[in-house]
Design a protein around this ligand. Sequence first.
Ligand SMILES: Nc1ncnc2c1ncn2[C@@H]1O[C@H](COP(=O)(O)OP(=O)(O)OP(=O)(O)O)[C@@H](O)[C@H]1O
Length: 976
Amino acid sequence: MARTPGTPASKIERIPVYTPGGSRVKEEKIFVTVRVRPLNDAKDEQVWECNDNQTMQYRGDTTASYTFDRVFGPTSLTETVYEEGAKATALSALTGINATIFAYGQTGSGKTFTMRGVTESAVSDIYNHIRNTPEREFTIKISAMEIYNENVKDLLMPESGPLRLMDDPEKGTIVEKLEEQIAKDSQHLRELISKCEAQRQVGETGSNKRSSRSHQIIRLTVESRLRENSGCVKSFVAVLNFVDLAGSERVAQTHAKGKTLEEGCHINKSLLTLTTVIRKLSENKSGHIPYRDSKLTRILQLSLGGNARTAIICTMSPSKSNMELSRNTLFFAMSAKKVTNTAQVNMVISDKQLVRHLQKEVARLEAELRTPEPTNSDAVLMEKDRRIRQMEEEMEKLKKERDLAKSQLDELRKKIGDENQQGWNPFDSSPRRVAKCLTFSFSGQSRRNMQPLRQSSTAPVMLVQEIRKLEQLQQQLGDEANRALEVLQKEVACHRLGNQDAAETIAKLQAEIRDMRSAKPSAENKDVSSSETGPGSQTNLKEEITRLHSQGNTIANLEVQLENVQRSIDRLVMSLPTIASQMGPCSGVNMEKTGTTTPSSKSQSGKKKKALPLALSGSMNRPHLLRAPCSPLSSSRNAVVSPTNESDENRAPQPENEHNSNNNNDNTNTNTPTKSEPTPTKSESNTGTPAISGGDASSREGTPGSGYRRSSSVNMRKMQKMFQNAAEENVRSIRAYVTELKERVAKLQYQKQLLVCQVLELEANEAANAEDSGTENISAVQSSPNSWRNTFREQMQQIFMLWHECYVSIIHRTQFYLLFRGDPADQIYIEVEVRRLMWLHQHFSEGGDASPAQICGDEPSISISSSIRELKNEREFLAKRMNSRLTEEEKERLFLKWNVPLDGKQRKLQLINKLWTDPTDRVHIDESADIVARLVGFCERDGNVAKEMFELNFALPSSKKPWLLGWQPISNLLRL
Ligand SMILES: Nc1ncnc2c1ncn2[C@@H]1O[C@H](COP(=O)(O)OP(=O)(O)OP(=O)(O)O)[C@@H](O)[C@H]1O
């Protein structure tokens, strides 16, 4: 492949610099040109002609013509030879590509003459480029050597004596201790080159009075890098060789004797090796290439078939007397044309640059260390990630629900749009009717603060829709509970192994499960978009609400029974280690791993007071749970639950190796785990990972207990453990799922409660309208933005008072307060909140142990005392979160600001107990909300999204866990 001959001068003022981006290896042929010198002797006959600028032809013989990349005739200028035959190659070094230019030819043919000119021009161009590339910093170094009689001599340091060649794994052959000097500028470089040339061995041959008797290599090393202000630490580095070979000659022709003869022999020998290397490279690069046969080829190895761009200028005489040597030169040139090199950009990171870069990096890391992340624990980060994912999933789910609700609303709008001409339009932004507030028997101060409620914007048809949706949800929850219970029943069977405690618990649980299943909700699946639910149909609404009321017991029962089931499961899980411990050391349960605590002997005797920590219901894989619990017993569950096995399975297992010790009650071996010593031994606690071998065979044999009795082998014990652990894990998972169901039921209760409130309000309005005959006008509070703002302020003040008096969750208060800041679109939420709080307040003031929707008969009971208790729990929860959410300084600042004694006990709780305690002070409220928001990670910026979620969730202070409801996913808050 011939490359484009030299670059025109106009284009090389500035060589494009490749962006460092990796070494791009590119195969390319050596660029071969031939320069014919003028006849030495005018009387000599010229037998070689240049037909065009690429072909040499022996005079008149068309069969003897040779084509090269470029041919320069006897009248050509060295400048032209450089421009067209060497410049591109030489300047490659500026872009990080190794380059070599050498002259080959018989003695006296003009090698030195040509190379001097080429080197001079190259030096000029190199410094031109440097001047025109200010953004890069260049360093030019020079070294020079000659190979004379196979000795390498340093031309910059001639006194240093012969130099050795060394093999470097990265750089190839290097000349040991070769002097290298930095050229300060072009002038300095020229001087150094001249000095080297002056050192060169010359002698007189028959063809040349000043014949070069050695091979000369002037080596420039070109380094370049982007200047200081660049962050890039990479540099280009390349070597540029100018090689002036000694002249090939015919000893016989030159009549050389003595020293000249010896020199000639060495010259010929090394040139012969060069020729052989070139020939072999041109024939087959993969074969052996005898680089090592001469120092010349060793030193030039990279330039011959390696990582370099190479240009060879073959010089020859056109005269007849040199015809044969000229032909040899042409043959050499023809071979060289076929040699392929693999040049690539050489990028390096210098030590200096690397050190500088590393120093910067160290400084950056130190700065990071000085301002550490709020938490440096991987585990905490992972946990956060998990929670974020969980929240995202929850959000996704809620968004879908919201979209569904929106589409249903759109449909409704269409339906009722035409029918609202006579009545009020719930979607009209300027209501034509005045609301008649619900009346409550408030007393005392709070009563005086109460403002009348305005008309709910909820149409009867929407209420019907909502009721039907609730029915569906209720149905769905019931179904899910039953499916979970089926699985639970089977898993529970796996635990029929042991003591009285466990047996009783299981029996109780089974009874509860039976109850649960018989209490399956009977509500039929209603089509919420049914056309039967006509707009404004009061009759329908009444029917709906009556039906909903009549089903109230189902929801209440479901919740109560779920509560019972969960308690039983808790007890069952608590009793598991007892069973395990009775089975021997190998049957232990890794309680730490499963997150449960080791029960005391007291707790085993059925006096446990504290429920076990809940598993993560939010992370449960529900389909997986319901499809197939992970226990290996799942595959043999039918056998396990078989009633015929029950009596046997209820017997406590008696492993052979412990049988005696269990029978001997006076046995003093305290190392044996017994019921009174349930703490797992070390071996027990390390047995959490189930063994696999033999698992299937054992599982087919029936219950873990019976299987264990049949064999005391190690595998059987492992199997035993595996069954036990897996079954326990499943029960725990189900327990978590039951918890989740409970939470969802609680939500359902509040949605229902809201509906009931709305229906009651609607009825009250109807009645009031009948009395007033529609004489009331549009409320002033809705007629202008100003009046809305006034109303908002008043209602918020009312809400603050009610929150305070009803001991409402301060997380709920914070979320509500931060979300609803007076936007007219917030109106509905404010109203709903006021209405619910008034319900609560009324019932609390009436004696307390009631539910705001007790009317339905299925609401969880709420009392002042339970609210106070839950609020206390919530405050404790928030106090604990201070450690993870606030820095030490932030805490100290808050203690100071809120007058918490710095040396006081439980300072965090003291602080939290001061929050949200003054409903009349807006600054206090603002600051309280700010702190709570920090602690729960509530973000006001995302308020729009949160409002939508609020709309769907109908948050209310809960009788169970007040801080768990609202638009924060329940499970997320529960386990923070
Ligand atoms: N193209 C040319 N035009 C004019 N003079 C030339 C040309 N080429 C060479 N000469 C002259 O011929 C003589 C020999 O040239 P040079 O020393 O460059 O040959 P060489 O090939 O280097 O010989 P050797 O191998 O013996 O060193 C010099 O005096 C040089 O000036």
